[in-house]
Design a protein around this ligand. Structure first.
Ligand code: SF4
Ligand code: SF4
Length: 288
């Protein structure tokens, strides 16, 4: 089993074939570039249950995380510039991208399997940026340990963000699912066995926006930017006239409606300061 890998990115853009997963905080930061959503998925419970997973029963867990959504027909990340480079390079890429080709959701001792799979994965064909073995100046993983400092820091930041946001909005959302479905296994049954189901970011925004007036204002500003972006993306799709864009257009219009309802609710809330430790943590995390 190979557990040492080297990595040398030539910025070919091949792996930037869809928008990346990112924290809600990163979505706030890049609100004019990415339409954010919540992805609900299912996974088997195991010894290495990741930070975004919530146990349902002895065999299964529901995963809850934010990611960016765009038209699959575009076949590219919304931030990929026409010269093939990442348009966020100067402003700061999402940590998930800085960590590439590592997967922060996978424990360090299994990263070699991620690299083995990605070195032959469909989205990476021809890139040849991941090589087994130790190559001078390009070493990423040595004997199962991440040795590239930049990648290691990005992996840690991504995990840290998942841990914080788990407490701030994902765990409360899981509690709502549990309450609404009486038995979370019914919620599990609604999710595809492969892939995930996307919903608008509204439950997360309502969760944090109700904690204080400052957070409500931040969420409203985010909603306004997202609404404008959705309208721009939908208008471009209408011009493309592709049948396969229609489901995403429908999803985005649904997001837009849900965001407007959330906006009205947040605007109507009475003034309040961050009284609870959770509210203070949320202000420290989201108001930057
Ligand atoms: S496929 Fe490899 S070389 Fe190309 S941008 Fe992605 S990481 Fe870099
Ligand atoms: S944000 Fe940049 S690095 Fe990440 S997938 Fe998009 S273009 Fe690629």
């Amino acid at each position: 089993m190979v557990n040492s890998y080297s990595f040398d990115c030539t910025a070919c853009g091949k792996c930037c074939n869809s928008p990346p997963a990112m924290s809600l905080r990163e979505l706030f930061e890049h609100r004019d570039v990415f339409v954010g959503c919540i992805a609900l998925g299912r996974m088997p419970r195991g010894a290495d249950t990741p930070l975004h997973a919530f146990p349902v029963d002895e065999a299964s867990a529901i995963t809850i995380a934010t990611l960016a959504l765009d038209y699959p027909s575009l076949g590219r990340c919304s931030a990929l510039a026409h010269d093939g480079l990442c348009g966020l390079h100067a402003k700061g890429k999402p940590d998930q991208c800085i960590a590439v080709p590592l997967d922060p959701l996978v424990p360090d001792h299994l990263q070699h399997a991620v690299l083995a799979q990605r070195s032959h994965g469909a989205g990476w064909i021809g890139a040849q940026c991941i090589r087994p073995g130790e190559h001078p100046g390009a070493l990423l993983l040595r004997a199962g340990e991440i040795v590239d400092e930049e990648a290691k820091a990005a992996v840690q930041r991504r995990r840290h963000a998942l841990g914080i946001e788990r407490e701030l909005w994902a765990a409360p959302l899981f509690d709502v699912l549990r309450r609404d479905f009486a038995d979370p296994r019914r919620a599990l049954a609604m999710l595809p066995s492969d892939g995930y189901r996307t919903i608008a970011s509204v439950p997360a925004l309502m969760g944090i926006g109700t904690l204080s007036t400052a957070l409500a204002r931040a969420c409203i500003a985010y909603i306004d930017a997202q609404t404008a972006l959705i309208h721009r993306n939908v208008a471009q799709a209408v011009q493309r006239r592709r049948l396969d864009d229609r489901p995403t257009t429908q999803t985005l219009r649904g997001f837009s409606d849900a965001l407007q309802h959330a906006r009205a609710h947040l605007r109507a809330l009475p003034e309040r300061t961050a009284a609870s430790p959770l509210a203070r943590d949320a202000e420290a995390w989201f108001l930057f």
